[in-house]
Every structure is written in C-alpha cells, then in structure tokens.
Design a protein around this ligand. Structure first.
Ligand code: PEP
Ligand code: MG
Length: 750
C-alpha cells in the first residue's frame, strides 16, 4: 500500500516540543497552555475541566486573566465551551463574541479576543473538558491547526492520566459525573461493582514516534488487512440499507464509505503519523473521531452496522499494538462489552464477574440465557455506556428495572442498598412458596420445571421447589469445558444431573451446537445465517458418531432409571425418525436398559406445526422452544437488539399456534410442555396456562415469581376475558397491554 509521504512539519514540531515538556512528568497544565499558544502562535490557550454537576471550570490559561482560573465556570451547553462539551464537536469561529451561544465572562478579559477554536478533551469517549485557543484578530483556524489542537487534547489526557506520575492531571480534567443509561433486562438482579470494559479501543501505549516511514509501513500492512474485512462487510450491508430506503444523514454514509474506501481513513491516519504520532496513536485518534460521529446517529440499524465497523477498527488497533489477551482481574466486576457469546460469558463467569452489560445483547440471545441460568445480573442496550465507562469506575447495574448508573452518587448507592435488603425480605417470603401447591386460585393444577445446563445450577432444584428439569441443555456443559468429553465423562455429567433430580424428571436435550453456541476450537463455518444454518440436530444427523456417543452416554448415565431424550431443531418427521432410530440402536446395546425411555422433539421450526399429527403419533412428548420458534415464525433474529421488542409472544399468530398444538396434543394424548424464555414471564405463563399448556420450564431465577402469579390467578375468569379480546385481537401486534391490565385489575402481580 502506498502512503502519502508529505510531512506536516509544524505539527511534528509542536508535538516534539510538547513531548519534551512532558518528559519530566512534572508539567503543569499552565505550562502546556503556554507552550500551545506559543507554538500555534495564538494569543490565548485555555483548558477547562469538567466537574461534578456538569460544570466546566477554567483550569489553566495562557492569555486570559489568571484570576479567572478556578472562578470561571460554565454549564455544559452554556457558552462556546459548553456547546463544544455538549456536542463533542470542535467549533472554529472567526468572530466568537457574535456567536449566539457566546457567554461573556468579564473576569476573563476575553472581550478582547475575536477568533476562537475549541475542541473537546475526551478519553475513551468520555468527556473530560475542553481545550481552546483564541486570537485578537478575527480569523478562521486551518484544518491542520484544528487537528493539531485535537491531538494535543488527546495527548493531554492520555499522557497525563496514563503516566501515573502526574496524578494531579487526572484531578485537573477528571469528569466524574454520574451517568444513567436505560437498558433491557437480560437476566434479573441488582449488583454494584467496579467497571471492567472489554472491546473498547485500546489506549495506545506509545504516542510519539521519530520515524514516520517505519510507522507508515507498519500501518500499511495492518490497514490492508482491515480494508479487506470492511469491503466484505459493506458489500453485504449496503443493499440492505438501500432496500430500507433509509434517510440516513449524509455524513453517516460518508463515514462508512470513507472507512470502506480507505482514502479518508488513510489520509487522516497518514497525516497523524506525519504529525509525529505512532501508528497506534494515529489509529486511536481516527477511531475516536469515528466513534464521536457514531454517537450522533439515531437510526438503530445504521448504528449497529457502524458499530460493526468500529469493532473492526478496534481490532486493527489491537492487532497493531500486538497486545495479547492479558486478562485483567475480574472478581466482583461488572463486565461491559459490545457483544458476547455464551462461551465467553461462561469464561468471564468463571473468573468471578458480578454482572454484565452487553451493549448489543438481547433477551433471546444465548449469552442472556446463560446469564439467567447462572443467576448473573445482565442488561442489554445501554447504548453509549461502553464509550462512557472507564476501567475503575463504579457502577450500579439494576437489571430488574433496566437501569445502569455509572459513577453513582453515594445517595443512589444507598437507595439501591435499601432496595437490595427489601429484596432479601421478599426472597425470604418466596422461599415459602417453594413447597406451596402448584394450583391456581380456581383450582387448575400446573407443573413448573426449571431449565438447566450446568452442574452448579442443580441446587436450584431444591431452592425453587421445581418439579423437575424440563430442559437440560447438554451443550452448555461442553461449552463451559471447551470441548466435547468422551462417552464416560459425558455419562458422569448426566448421571450427576439424574442423581440431583432424584425422582423428578429430567428432559435431556441432545447437543444444540452451532449458531452462537460454538466450542472455542470448533471450526467457524462461513454461513450467511448461522441460526438457520448447519446447527443443532442437523449436525448430529450428519455426524451420527457424535450424536450416538452422546446418546450412549445418556443411556449409561440412566443406568436403569427412566430417561427422557429430546431432539432440538427438528424440522421434519424424517429427521425425528432418524434421530430416534439412532437412540433405539444405542438403547439396544446398553445394559441395564432404562426403566422407561421417553423420546421427544422440540417444536422450534414452524414447519413442524404441519407435521404434528404424525409426529405426535410417534413422539412421547413435544416441548415448545419459544426462543427459536419466535425467531423463525417472525423471521426475526433472536440476537438482534433492534428487533427485541418488535414481535411479542402475546400476539395472535403465536397464541393461535400454541392453541393448535395444545388441541393436537390432547387429541393424540402426547405430553406437551413449553421451555422457552416466555415460560419465565408471569403474564405469558398465565396466558399459556389459560390456553392449556400446564407444564412450563424456565430459568430457575424466574420460577418462584411465576408460581406466585399463577397461584393468584383465576384461569376461568381470564379465559372469559380472552374470549372477549379475541374479536379485536388480530388488529394488534401485541396483546400484552390489555392482558396485563386485566391481571392488575384482578390483583395479580405481573
Ligand atoms: C428455544 O429455542 O426456545 C430453546 C429453549 O432452546 P435454546 O434457547 O437453547 O435455543
Ligand atoms: Mg432453541
């Protein structure tokens, strides 16, 4: 790759002098302000730091009245400085006093100055202050001057805060404002902890370099690699953008193209390198600009796509820095990530995290399911939290209410501590529910089972009083250990589950790997739509040795006890028969034979709905997996946050489907249960019971809340209400509101 060798000498000179000044580690902000004014030949250079209460305070100046230092304060949004802080964008004004936002502060003596250039000071996307230069004569600052001031702003934060010696520098610019984010509940719970950010752009270690040619060569190779990745990403995303007819602001597309084509990106990186930055620092700086633009984008679809691009840029940076995975201390921390797979979550859980914020996570994703299984508080969404958070910040994650508070005030912490102790009282009350009969107010019995996948969840059986395990996800244990164990080891795992369950039934689901559930060392399939790809039972049938080993292990584990096996993602009767055939072949060889062998299928693929009569004639049970069923029914990826609330389980198509499955199960005498996440939501569970699904399996964390709600429920009265709703229901994409209204009016806590 050819890079423009033209040097930008003045920038290098300024940065070199700045480096010399900072080398001693004792440089004050005032020294830096003086140097910048001197080198840029401006009359004034000032630094404003952010204080609690969204206040910007003049911290150092060269050229304004020194008496104003510590006295001149502006709210974020007030004056030119406040405007730059609020928008995160530089302002370049030839005649600042006549700008509508100008706020005159007589103590500064700034009425003498016409021109002003102000840039935000950020670290990790978090605003720390504003840096300005001013001149008596009206003038427009050049692009090079603007970029230079931005680079100085970056160096100020990174060098001063990163050096560790000038701890007062952090004081100078520290913005420790609390920030609150709305988030989606992925797994309930409230937790306090130290923030651990992963996936944010790595801060460059070395900032200034003497040999631009060497830096450009390093960056050229890395950019080539990244550009190829971007090209293929854009090629797949642009047709979708056009199809949606999106009215995206021009700069969004400009940003995308710029990065994709490489020219703008390269030019800016090249300039920054010529200006004296290392390859890492130059990329870091351009990535920061890119992230700043991303923050202004409203369209969630585009934001996500751009977030993908940003992710690639972040990867480029870590490739450049060559930093291996040196994992920080995670014990008790709240992990902040953009995306997370279930295996990674298990990894972090093993390392002791107390909670997780997955910016692009949604409740149907497997990481969320694993979090619920682990009882680990988790939230999705919280857009911007990753950018705003810094390692070492404290946070309150209230995944129950969908709130994330960064750097909480002591008062907020106290309030949460009170809420937590109230919760402990409520949990104690719930504990009594464990042994209470599972029957509604009007005498309809129901069965609540729990979903599990890890040995450490098994004690939840007695903690919740679950009637059994309605879904044992066998792949979770494999993901936790990172590989598929041999038959004997698998048998030991399954035997422990059966031992813990005692007389209670366990429905073992065979390996459901693929899509987002990948073993760390499994080869990545290049698939356009992995959720609809070569996964789950499809893998088992194409690799029968793998499936047969698992079936043998299950039979050995049962060792004469009753055994229930269900197959995931069954799409055709033929697939079910083939899988059952493998099970029967193994069963004929294993002794002692199970006391009873029940074989079932998960109803996750809509096509199975039209094969239910034949399937139910052969299967002992069918379990509705609403997580996958919903995604295939509505053609809506369960892991895409933008779609998380778009289609509701409580809607006409889903309820009709469930009703039809219930009727067919009754006719054929087949046991029907439901084990998707919908079962763990009290209102959804009540609706299912009213439709005739009496056996529900859910995350242990939600079981007692569902039991409490169902016990307070009058199913007969609710059915009458559903009848009245039926006439108008088809017009609504969600029936949740009227149904929840009915529950509230009838005193059921939903
Ligand atoms: C489902 O799809 O509803 C289900 C229970 O399986 P999983 O969530 O493991 O895909
Ligand atoms: Mg599924």
């Amino acid at each position: 790759m050819d890079l423009d060798p033209a040097p930008v000498a003045p920038a290098r000179r300024v940065l070199r002098n700045l480096r010399a000044l900072m080398a001693g580690g004792s440089a004050q902000l005032s020294d830096i302000a003086a140097l910048v004014a001197n080198q840029l030949e401006t009359d004034v250079c000032s630094a404003y730091g952010l204080r609690a209460g969204e206040i910007l305070e003049l911290r150092a100046t060269y050229g304004l009245h020194p008496a104003a230092i510590g006295r001149t304060r502006l709210r974020v949004g007030e004056g030119i400085v406040g405007l730059v802080a609020a928008t995160g964008q530089p302002l370049n004004l030839a005649d600042a006093p006549n700008h509508p936002a100008f706020a005159y502060r007589p103590e500064t003596g700034e009425d003498a100055f016409a021109a002003m250039l102000a840039v935000p000071v950020r670290r990790g996307g978090r605003l720390l202050g504003v840096l300005t230069v001013q001149d008596r004569q009206p003038r427009h600052y050049t692009d090079i001057e603007t970029e230079l001031l931005e680079t100085v702003a970056m160096l100020l934060t990174d060098l001063l805060a990163g050096s560790g010696s000038g701890s007062d520098a952090r004081e100078d610019f520290a913005g420790s404002l609390p920030r609150q984010f709305e988030a989606a509940t992925l797994s309930p719970g409230i937790v306090f902890g130290r923030v651990l950010v992963r996936g944010a752009t790595l801060a460059p270690g070395r900032l200034l370099a003497d040999d631009p040619a060497a830096e450009l060569a390093r960056i050229g190779a890395a950019l080539d690699e990244m550009r190829a990745g971007l090209d293929s990403l854009i090629a797949t995303q642009l047709p979708e953008l056009e199809r949606r007819g999106s009215q995206a602001p021009r700069d969004i597309l400009a940003a995308t193209r710029e990065v994709a084509a490489g020219d703008g990106w390269l030019k800016r990186v090249t300039e920054a390198v010529h200006g004296g930055l290392t390859a890492e620092a130059a990329v870091h700086r351009v990535v920061n600009e890119f992230r700043a633009r991303m923050r202004t984008i409203a369209d969630p679809y585009l934001r996500e796509r751009l977030a993908d691009l940003e992710d690639l840029a972040g990867r480029l940076l870590s490739a450049l820095t060559g930093e291996g995975e040196v994992l920080p201390d995670a014990a008790g921390a709240i992990l902040f990530v953009r995306r997370l797979g279930p295996a990674q979550l298990l990894d972090w859980h093993a390392r002791g995290i107390a909670g997780v914020v997955i910016e692009e996570g949604s409740a149907g994703g497997h990481a969320a399911i694993v979090a619920r299984a682990l009882g680990l508080p988790a939230a999705g969404g919280a857009r911007g939290a990753l950018d705003a958070a810094e390692a070492g910040d404290d946070a309150v994650l209230d995944a129950d209410e969908g709130t994330l508070i960064l750097r909480p005030d002591p008062g907020v912490r106290d309030a949460y501590e009170r809420a937590l102790s109230a919760r402990a009282t409520r949990n104690a009350a719930w504990a009594e529910l464990r042994t209470a009969p599972s029957v509604t107010r009007d005498g309809v019995p129901f069965t609540l089972m729990m979903n599990a996948g890890l040995g450490l969840e098994l004690d939840q059986l007695s903690a919740t009083g679950a009637a059994g395990i309605g879904l044992f996800r066998t792949e979770i244990a494999m993901m936790a250990r990172g590989s598929i164990p041999d038959v004997a080891e698998q048998a030991a795992i399954y035997a422990r589950v059966l031992d813990a369950a005692g007389d209670r039934p366990v429905l073992f689901r065979t390996l459901d790997l693929g899509s987002d559930k990948l073993l760390p060392d499994s080869p990545r399939q290049e698939e356009e739509n992995p959720a609809m790809g070569w996964r789950s039972l499809r893998v088992g049938l194409d690799r029968p040795a793998l499936l047969r080993r698992q079936l043998r292990a299950l039979l050995l584990a049962a060792s004469g006890r009753p055994l229930s096996v269900m197959f995931p993602m069954v799409a055709t009767l033929a697939e079910f028969r083939q899988a059952r055939g493998l099970l029967f072949t193994e069963a004929a060889r294993v002794r002692p034979a199970p006391a009873k062998l029940a074989v079932g299928a998960m109803l996750e693929v809509p096509a199975l709905m039209w094969q239910l009569p034949e399937l139910m004639a052969e299967a002992d049970f069918v379990s509705i997996g609403t997580n996958d069923l919903m995604q295939f029914l509505f053609a809506a990826d369960r892991g895409t946050p933008a779609l998380a609330d778009r289609y509701d389980f409580l809607s006409v198509p889903v309820l009709r489907l469930v009703k039809s499955a219930v009727a067919q199960a009754a006719q054929s005498g087949t046991s029907l249960s439901l084990c998707g996440e919908a079962a763990g939501r009290p209102l959804d569970a009540a609706v299912l019971l009213a439709l005739g699904v009496t056996q529900l399996s859910m995350s242990a964390s939600g079981l007692l809340a569902v039991k409490e709600a169902l016990r307070a429920f009058d199913v007969g009265a609710f059915r009458s209400f559903l009848e009245t709703l039926r006439r108008t229901a088809a017009a609504y994409s969600s029936l949740r509101e009227p149904m929840a209204g009915w529950a509230r009016d009838h005193g059921v806590a939903i």
